[in-house]
Design a binder for this molecule. Structure first.
Ligand code: AMP
Ligand code: MG
Length: 432
């Protein structure tokens, strides 16, 4: 394929969208598992959740005060308090044993069920209770200094949730608030879409596992780690298979260990130099296509289905070997697949518009994902390219918090132009 400066020829390249559609269509939410509610944080509900009870289960007091009848308190004011007889005290967790009759009040704490006969609660601060105590007066009576409106400071039964209500819908992501809502319904377990297991295999005879001594000519395998960390970050369970050297036997053996996973991610061996060997291995295991995707970094990509025991098919995504390419391709294609398996429906990364602080050069008509550091100053987002953009420069990824997108048909974006930025993370310290 020839790339002229003008008239790019991309007939045999897939657009990012085409590649995305072909990959994502192979995934659906995984089956439900029941988990302790706390452990299900970040997972999505596999079923609607209905309330088995009212919340609150009974009308109760929203204040520490006195349960009263508002009719008794007409005209009450600090100058002419209305004195009521105090017939009982109810703490949270207790039930009132008496009802509020005309001329009486029941002392009540926040959360305690309101007694029959009352229609409102007068907070302590609207009574003379403190003053009485101080003056050593009888606490069998209380002076009320204001007339409450009917219903004041009474939380009706079912105010939050009514028994039978659908409280949380299938597909809801469990955040701390949802975990709390489940608990409020008395549920300490939740049915959620299972987390996907994602097998990760680094390929390349030059690779050494971190933690080991290294020989000349070798490099450390960073992809296994950055990819496993990405899997975990987005909610999957990484299964690190280690390194397969560039031999048919090793690739074959290691891929065999991956076939129980929900997704197999390999890195390297998909660019031209390695095509044939990997193709052979994969052809024996299933059907895999080798693509050129119209993006930079991460043009070469393999995608297919590997056959396991009992004819089970396992999706296989072959990422490029260069460390930045592997991570960017993961963000574009593996992350959405993981999210869909988790039952998520919002698959796109959060995106902002930012003013470029340096140029992005697009010399061969691909969609460029430029590593940038986004900051916010005076309410405006700025995106600063993080230095050399070679796909081997992994530290430029570590400096980045976003990927600025330069469209295929835009040969260059200059400083000052506004770019769409896919945020890799939202860093509080940077104000983004
Ligand atoms: P390849 O796709 O095999 O041509 O690899 C492209 C580049 O990525 C080469 O420079 C490899 O050494 C490098 N590479 C491949 N796999 C890894 C890995 N797991 N960690 C770090 N670099 C890698
Ligand atoms: Mg290689």
């Amino acid at each position: 394929m020839k790339h002229g400066r003008h008239g790019h020829h991309h007939a045999d390249m897939l657009s990012v969208e085409e590649a995305f559609e072909r990959i994502i269509s192979a995934f659906k939410p995984l089956e439900a598992e029941e988990k302790p509610a706390l452990d299900a944080l970040g997972q999505t509900l596999a079923e609607d959740v209905y309330a088995g009870l009212d919340i609150p289960p009974a009308a109760n007091s929203a204040m520490d005060g006195y349960a009263v009848r508002h009719q008794d308190l007409e005209g009450a004011s600090p100058e002419s308090p209305v004195v009521l007889r105090v017939i009982e005290t109810v703490a949270a967790g207790q039930l009132p044993s008496r009802r509020v009759e005309p001329g009486t009040a029941i002392r009540i704490m926040t959360g305690a069920p309101t007694p029959e006969g009352c229609d409102s609660v007068t907070p302590f601060e609207d009574t003379d209770e403190v003053e009485r105590k101080a003056r050593g007066l009888s606490m069998d009576e209380v002076g009320v200094l204001v007339q409450p409106s009917p219903g004041a400071h009474v939380r009706p039964a079912g105010e939050d949730v009514r028994r039978g209500d659908k409280v949380l819908a299938k597909g809801t992501v469990l955040r701390p608030a949802e975990v709390g809502v489940l608990a409020s319904l008395g549920l300490d377990r939740a049915p959620v879409a299972r987390r996907p297991t994602v097998a990760i295999l680094a390929t390349g005879s030059e690779l050494t596992a971190p933690g080991r001594a290294i020989r000349p000519g070798m490099i450390y395998d960073s992809n296994s780690y950055s990819l496993a960390a990405s899997v975990r970050r987005y909610g999957g369970l990484p299964l690190m298979l280690g390194i397969a050297r560039d031999t048919l036997e090793e690739m074959h053996a290691k891929l065999g260990q991956a076939l129980g996973a929900d997704l197999i991610i390999t890195s390297a061996g998909v660019s031209k130099g390695d095509y044939d060997m990997v193709k052979d291995v994969l052809a024996r295991r299933g059907r895999v296509d080798f693509w050129s995707v119209r993006m930079r970094p991460a043009k070469p990509l393999a995608w297919g289905m590997l056959r396991g025991e009992g004819g089970r098919q396992t999706p296989h995504l072959g990422l490029p070997g260069n460390p930045v390419s592997a991570m960017v391709a993961f963000e574009e294609f593996a992350r959405p697949a993981i999210l869909r398996m988790l039952g998520r429906t919002r698959l796109a990364k959060p995106t902002i518009e930012a003013e470029l602080e340096g140029p992005i050069v697009n010399f061969d008509g691909r969609r460029v994902f430029a590593r940038v550091r986004v900051t916010r100053r005076g309410g405006v987002y700025y995106a600063n390219p993080t230095g050399p953009q070679g796909s081997n420069i992994l530290t430029s990824m570590a400096r980045a918090n976003g990927l600025a997108v330069c469209p295929e048909d835009v040969p260059r974006m200059d400083k000052g132009q506004v770019a769409r930025v896919k945020m890799l993370d939202w860093n509080q310290e940077e104000g983004v």
